[in-house]
Design a protein around this ligand. Structure first.
Ligand code: NOJ
Length: 556
C-alpha cells in the first residue's frame, strides 16, 4: 500500500521562542524562522511542527493559549504566519500546529467570561466544583507544576467555586463534556486547516476526559498531601469517543496529519488511539524511552520498547520516533556522550531515530549536537516545572545538592536554550538579551563550527534524511531485531519484498566485538552509511568502535 505523506516525512520541531530572533528583542520569531527556512530545506526535512505560537501570557511558554486564532505579538502577526506557510509550502515543507486542548490560559476570553458569574454562557467551558463541607478543595489532586500549595484546584472568590487546573492556576482545564465547547474547538481547528496548515500535534491528548465523580487519588501523596501527575488522570473511559468525534468533525475532512502526545499509555492502550480502523489519530509518541525518570532506559530496555510497540502495532498503526523534544533533556546528553564522543554519539542516536519504524522527529539543535546546560542558580531557570519543584523540595527540607542533582539533568530548560547559530555573542541568536541564557558551550557547538567540520553532524542528518527518501525499507520495512539480548549493540533488519537493510549501532562508549548472527552471514552487504568513515566498510570486521553506527544494504 502506498504510504501517506506523513509516514514518509521527516518532522523538524521548532521551539520558536528559541530559534532565531530577527528584531533584537531576545525572543525568536516568525520572520526569524522565515530567514532560516533555506537551512531547513538544505537539511532535507519536509514538515515543521511549531510548538504553540498563539497569543499567550507565556506562563508555560505558549501552552497557555489566550487566543487560539491569533499569533503572539512577540512572534509576529497572523500575516507573518500566512507568509511563512506559503513560503514553506513553496519549498515543499508542511506545517503542523500544536493544539492545546486540555486547558487554555486564564486570559482566554472564554475564561474571562466564565468567571464573571455562575450563569455566564461560557461557565461550562471550564470545570467548576464546590469545596468540601469544610471549605477545602474538592479532592486531593495536585497540579503538575507544584505551584502554590500544590492543589489542582483554585478558589474563585467571585463565584464561590473552585476550578480545575492540572497545570498552573493560570491554565484552567477545559470541559470536554460540554458540547458547545467541543463545537467551538472543532470550528477553530477547521479554521487553521482551511488556512492551509497540514496537521496538528495534540498536546496531552490522553487527559481530555476527567475521572467521573472527581475521586481522591489513592496511594502515597507528594508535597503537602496532594497527588501529582497520576495515571488515573489519563486514558479515562470516554476519551476515545471524544477523539472519534474530533476525527469526524475535523480530521476526516482534510488531508492532514495528527500526532498525539500520549502520556501514560502502553503499547496496547496506545494502539487504541492510532489503529487505522479506530478513526482517531494518525500517530502518537509515547514515553517508554524518552522520559524524565532519573535514569534513561538501558539499551536492552530501549530494544524491548521498540519491539513491544512494533509487535503490538504491526501494520495497523504508526509511531513518532523521537529521543528528545522541548520537554526532555538533549538526546546527546541523556543517551549519548556529550563530551569525548559528542559527534559520534549524536550521529548514532540519529541513526536509530531515522531507521526504526515510524516518522522521525528532529528537535531543533539536535542536528548540530546541542547539549544540556547546567545553570548555577534557580533564577537562571525559566521552566515552571523546574522552578516549582525546586521551591517545593527545598522548602520540604531536601538538601540543595540533592535537589539540583535531581532537577538539572531533566530540567525542561535543557532543550529550550537558544539555538546556537555561531560563536558570536549570544550564539548569534539575538542582538538583544536572550529570554533564556545561551548554553555556555556555544563557542564550540554551533551551526558554523559544525558545518565547517568534515563529516559534520548536520551533513550526517542530511545523508540520513536523503537515504530515507531513496530507501523504502526505511519507511515501510518490517523490523527484525538481531542479538536481542546484547546489552550494548542494537542490530536490526528492515525488510520489504524488494529491499533488505541492516542497521548496526554500538550504543555504548566501549569498543565491542560481536559474533555475527546467522541471518547476516551472507555476502553482498554494501555499506550505505557510517558515522566512522575511517573504518573498513565490511560487516566481517565484527568489531565496532564506540558509538559506531552503520547501515548496510543487501545487494546480491
Ligand atoms: C505538554 C507540553 O509538551 C508541555 O510543554 C506543557 O507544559 C504541557 N503539555 C502542558 O500543556
Amino acid at each position: 500500500m502506498k504510504s501517506k505523506w506523513w509516514q514518509e516525512a521527516v518532522v523538524y520541531q521548532i521551539y520558536c521562542k528559541s530559534f532565531y530572533d530577527s528584531n533584537g528583542d531576545g525572543i525568536g520569531d516568525l520572520p526569524g524562522v522565515m530567514e532560516k527556512l533555506p537551512q531547513l530545506k538544505e537539511l532535507g526535512i519536509n514538515c515543521i511542527w511549531f510548538t504553540p505560537i498563539y497569543t499567550s501570557p507565556q506562563v508555560d511558554n505558549g501552552y497557555d493559549v489566550a487566543d487560539y486564532k491569533d499569533i503572539d505579538p512577540a512572534y509576529g502577526t497572523l500575516e507573518d504566519f500566512k507568509r511563512l506557510l506559503d513560503m514553506a509550502h513553496s519549498l515543499g515543507i508542511k506545517i503542523v500546529m500544536d493544539m492545546v486542548l486540555n486547558h487554555s490560559s486564564d486570559k482566554c476570553r472564554w475564561f474571562q467570561e466564565a468567571k464573571k458569574s455562575r450563569d455566564n454562557p461560557y461557565r461550562n467551558y471550564y470545570i467548576w466544583h464546590d469545596g468540601k463541607p469544610d471549605g477545602s478543595e474538592p479532592n486531593n489532586w495536585g497540579n503538575y507544576f507544584y505551584e502554590g500549595k500544590g492543589s489542582a484546584w483554585e478558589w474563585d472568590e467571585n463565584t464561590q467555586q473552585y476550578y480545575l487546573h492540572y497545570y498552573s492556576k493560570h491554565m484552567p482545564d477545559l470541559n470536554w463534556e460540554y458540547e458547545p465547547l467541543r463545537q467551538e474547538v472543532y470550528a477553530m481547528m477547521r479554521w487553521w486547516l482551511d488556512m492551509g496548515v497540514d496537521g496538528f500535534r495534540l498536546d496531552v491528548i490522553t487527559s481530555l476526559k476527567k475521572p467521573e465523580g472527581f475521586p481522591d487519588y489513592p496511594g502515597q501523596l507528594e508535597v503537602n498531601g496532594y497527588a501529582i501527575g497520576r495515571e488515573q488522570r489519563c486514558n479515562v473511559p470516554g476519551i476515545h469517543e471524544i477523539i472519534q468525534e474530533m476525527n469526524r468533525e475535523v480530521f476526516s475532512r482534510y488531508d492532514c496529519m495528527t500526532v498525539g502526545e500520549a502520556s501514560r499509555v502502553n503499547s496496547v492502550t496506545g494502539a487504541d488511539y492510532i489503529r487505522a480502523d479506530r478513526k482517531e489519530l494518525d500517530s502518537l509518541y509515547h514515553f517508554d524511552i524518552c522520559h524524565r525518570l532519573p535514569k534513561p532506559p538501558t539499551v536492552l530496555e530501549y530494544k524491548q520498547a521498540q519491539m513491544r510497540w512494533y509487535k503490538t502495532l504491526e501494520n495497523n498503526a504508526w509511531l513518532a520516533q523521537h529521543l528528545s523534544n522541548h520537554d526532555y533533556p538533549r538526546q546527546v546528553s541523556r543517551f549519548g556522550d556529550d563530551t569525548t564522543y559528542r559527534v559520534e554519539s549524536a550521529k548514532m542516536l540519529a541513526t536509530l531515530t531515522h531507521t526504526m519504524p515510524g516518522t522521525p522527529y528532529v528537535y531543533q539543535g539536535e542536528e548540530i549536537g546541542m547539549t544540556n546546560v547546567e545553570f548555577p542558580t534557580i533564577e537562571q531557570y525559566n521552566d515552571p516545572y523546574t522552578v516549582g519543584q525546586y521551591h517545593a523540595l527545598t522548602k520540604a527540607g531536601e538538601p540543595e545538592e540533592t535537589v539540583w542533582a535531581k532537577l538539572r539533568p531533566i530540567s525542561r530548560d535543557n532543550p529550550r536554550t537558544p539555538y546556537q547559530w555561531d560563536d558570536s555573542e549570544n550564539a548569534g541568536f539575538t542582538t538583544g538579551k536572550p529570554w533564556l541564557e545561551v548554553n555556555p558551550r556555544y563557542k564550540e557547538i554551533n551551526v558554523v563550527a559544525d558545518r565547517a567540520m568534515e563529516n559534520s553532524i548536520f551533513a550526517y542528518y542530511q545523508k540520513l534524511i536523503a537515504l530515507r527518501k531513496e530507501n523504502p525499507a526505511m519507511v515501510n520495512g518490517t523490523l527484525e531485531m538481531l542479538l536481542p539480548e546484547h546489552p550494548e549493540v542494537v542490530m536490526y533488519l528492515r525488510k520489504t519484498c524488494r529491499q533488505t537493510l541492516l542497521v548496526v549501532c554500538n550504543f555504548s562508549g566501549k569498543e565491542i566485538r560481536v559474533e555475527l548472527p546467522a541471518e547476516v552471514k551472507a555476502h553482498g552487504w554494501q555499506r550505505i552509511l557510517t558515522n566512522r568513515e575511517d573504518t573498513i566498510p565490511s560487516l566481517e570486521r565484527s568489531r565496532w568502535l564506540p558509538w559506531e553506527a552503520e547501515i548496510y544494504e543487501l545487494r546480491c
